[in-house]
Design a protein around this ligand. Structure first.
Ligand SMILES: NC(=O)C1=CN([C@@H]2O[C@H](COP(=O)(O)OP(=O)(O)OC[C@H]3O[C@@H](n4cnc5c(N)ncnc54)[C@H](O)[C@@H]3O)[C@@H](O)[C@H]2O)C=CC1
Ligand SMILES: O=C(O)[C@@H]1CCC=N1
Length: 283
């Protein structure tokens, strides 16, 4: 059955990422997520306290009973990768004939786990879409890679892409790219946060007070990203336009290269991609 703009969405494991989705979709005004209201959303969590918190904050239904997710058109799997096999086994137990599950599209945001692995944990012919989003989707500035499993219609994948597209950039990519997407944009906000911390602490070392240092570091990251996106100026050109001959920026960039900054970033992205592949081996 094709997904409609009034789809019911269950978010299983509504933790940090699940909450970002709820918050983003409720704020979104573009189709198809623009028609999603609290009535369309159901959170599933194992903690009553967490459920109460989500109900209060967003006015959505929340349940401890996983089987209620089976009434949804879209079931978002938002638990940690290691917990996914257990949750999917519980869902199968709740629907032994598979009649209810067959009408749902399963959207996994778990790092590493392939669509084939998830299909294997569900049933043959399960409609699975894999998404690798990131935390800034909470403020509609996310970056999400999307790919469909073997039994998915291209309309299912496009629908899910548009749901996440309401929360920033969402792009369909080959599944073989998903570990790289995870290592780049999935984990990327943490690299940027480390950059902000490092810039803040270095400026404190140069005598700036902590509050000013953090404010200016953060605004510099935000302003640079906006400038480059809005003016469509690439990183090389941006860098060149800031470097005065024999000026401060050249001195800084030379020091960064000498200290191994590009290698450090390469190592970080490679380590995350490796870990994503390892997480995919969870069964
Ligand atoms: N945090 C991030 O920036 C990103 C996370 N992801 C993926 O999103 C998924 C969730 O990550 P987070 O939200 O960060 O984790 P989290 O730990 O904040 O959320 C997971 C939630 O699942 C709940 N849970 C655990 N077992 C459950 C069960 N059996 N039934 C129902 N609920 C259960 C936990 O109580 C928790 O609230 C992971 O698979 C991760 O790989 C993907 C992209 C970015
Ligand atoms: O650290 C993790 O495994 C997850 C996936 C991408 C961001 N957080």
């Amino acid at each position: 059955m094709a997904l409609s703009h009034d789809a019911r969405i269950a978010i299983v494991g509504a933790g940090k990422m699940g909450e970002a989705l709820v918050s983003g979709w409720l704020d979104c005004s573009k189709p198809p997520a623009g028609t999603i209201g609290a009535r369309n959303l159901l959170a599933v969590n194992r903690s009553q306290e967490r459920c109460d918190q989500l109900r209060r904050a967003y006015g959505i239904a929340c349940t401890l009973d996983l089987s209620e997710a089976l009434s949804a058109d879209i079931v978002v799997i938002g638990v940690k990768p290691q917990v996914v096999p257990c949750v999917l086994a519980d869902l199968k137990r709740a629907d032994p004939t598979g009649d209810r599950m067959r009408s749902s599209v399963f959207v996994s945001i778990a790092a590493g786990l392939s669509t084939a692995a998830i299909e294997g944990m569900l049933f043959e012919g399960a409609r699975v879409v894999r998404v690798m989003p990131n935390m800034p989707l909470m403020v509609a500035q996310g970056a999400s890679g999307v790919c469909g499993g073997a039994a998915c219609a291209s309309e299912d994948v496009a629908f899910v892409r548009d749901l996440f597209g309401c929360l920033g950039v969402a792009q369909i990519v080959p599944e073989s790219d998903m570990d790289a997407v995870c290592a780049l944009s999935g984990s990327g906000p943490a690299y940027v946060a480390l950059m902000v911390e490092s810039m803040r602490d270095a400026a404190i070392g140069e005598g700036l007070d902590a509050e000013t240092a953090e404010r200016f570091a953060l605004q510099t990251v935000y302003g640079t990203a906006r400038y480059m996106l809005e003016r469509r100026i690439g990183p090389e050109q941006t860098r060149a336009s800031i470097c005065s001959p024999n000026g401060t920026t050249v001195a800084a960039l030379d020091a960064m290269v000498q200290a191994g900054f590009p290698e450090a970033v390469r190592a970080a992205v490679a380590a995350a991609a490796r870990r994503s592949k390892e997480l995919g081996n969870v069964q």
